[in-house]
Design a protein around this ligand. Structure first.
Ligand SMILES: Nc1nc2c(ncn2[C@@H]2O[C@H](COP(=O)(O)OP(=O)(O)OP(=O)(O)O)[C@@H](O)[C@H]2O)c(=O)[nH]1
Ligand SMILES: [Mg+2]
Length: 310
């Protein structure tokens, strides 16, 4: 019996598997275009969807990648440890301290290939396996990264930061009261994100070193800088990794990122399902067992509504 993924209650395979199957269908379909085969339009739209969903989603749709970035000594590792609830990443006075990316994963298995791809060494991978027991369900799926400083003397660390900026679901720029206006950070990392406030949060750390009026001045000045950079909607969170002030607020930002990511993934899963349905009537035309060879095994079946040339 054929099985339609749109049947209520049938969730089908995960988004990663769905994307893999759709990629295979496009590959097969590209060799069979024409009046009897797959339409160029269908293949074009499927390719577009694949590129939009991207390699990142194929690797792991269930994880939300949030990266702590910023200059050396701003307190990235200290905040990472606070959020992770353990001293995973070394904090120190010699600079720079963090030489490789560290990662903490909340509660979802299967992050190995993603962490590989992100370039996190095995010895620096930590898990909050007990997330489900500790009231942290809303963090499930979070992959928190502690990055080396962006202007590191170590070239490999600096290029790692550039790479992560392009693929994280949320970048958290950790600034400190002395260097929050650092022109290099603003020009190189913040300005290019103009118009993409949703992928950026700014943290003003070390607030324990300032009094209330100084904090207000700093936040006001930082807001002015961000406004000038067309980053009006970027949230500024004031924290102290030393006292724990503001860390709950930062945790909330991470939870929101996780739920936004889940919503986006659900939307993409629905898009893929609709797209795959359009391949259904053509799946038997390939003559090479395409529908049965595992590309869409157990997922793509039943009659769709779109025929070749549509
Ligand atoms: N007073 C105060 N000190 C802090 C705070 N956060 C971090 N520090 C101290 O600042 C120093 C640097 O902290 P790290 O967490 O190692 O900074 P980092 O951004 O990870 O630095 P790199 O790994 O070199 O890039 C350490 O001595 C921390 O104890 C804070 O909120 N308040
Ligand atoms: Mg560090």
């Amino acid at each position: 019996m054929s099985r339609r993924f749109s049947v209520p209650g049938y969730a089908g395979p995960g988004v990663s598997a769905r994307l893999g199957a759709l990629a295979r269908l496009v590959q097969i379909g590209s060799a069979r275009t024409g009046p009897d085969g797959f339409s160029d339009r269908l293949l074009g739209e499927a390719s577009y969807l694949l590129s939009r969903a991207g390699e990142r989603l194929r690797l792991s749709a269930d994880h939300t990648v949030v990266a702590l970035a910023g200059g050396t000594g701003s307190g990235k590792s200290s905040l990472f440890n606070r959020l992770a609830g353990a001293d995973f990443s070394t904090v120190g006075v010699t600079r720079p301290v963090t030489r490789d990316i560290h990662a903490c994963v909340w509660g979802v298995s299967g992050s190995g290939s993603l962490l590989e791809w992100l370039g996190v060494p095995r010895r620096h991978r930590y898990a909050r396996a007990s997330a489900l027991d500790s009231g942290e369900e809303s963090m499930t799926g979070l992959v928190l990264l502690d990055l080396p400083d962006h202007d590191s003397v170590m070239a490999h660390a600096s290029s790692q930061v550039d790479r992560i900026v392009g693929l994280a679901d949320l970048m958290v720029w950790v600034l400190d009261p002395q260097k929050y206006a650092d022109a290099a950070v603003h020009r190189r990392f913040l300005v290019p994100l103009a118009g993409h406030s949703e992928v950026l949060t700014v943290v003003l750390n070390q607030s324990d070193l300032l009094d209330a009026a100084q904090i207000d001045d700093c936040v006001h000045d930082l807001r002015r800088l961000l406004d000038a950079e067309e980053l009006h909607d970027v949230q500024i969170v004031v924290t102290s990794a030393a006292t724990g002030a503001g860390v709950d607020e930062l945790r909330k930002v991470l939870v929101e990122a996780v739920s936004a990511r889940k919503a986006a993934t659900a939307r993409i899963a629905a898009d893929i399902d609709r797209m795959a349905e359009r391949f259904a009537p053509l799946a038997g035309l390939t003559g090479d067992g395409a529908a049965a060879d595992g590309a869409a095994d157990g997922w793509l079946g039943g009659a769709g509504s779109e025929a070749a040339g549509g």
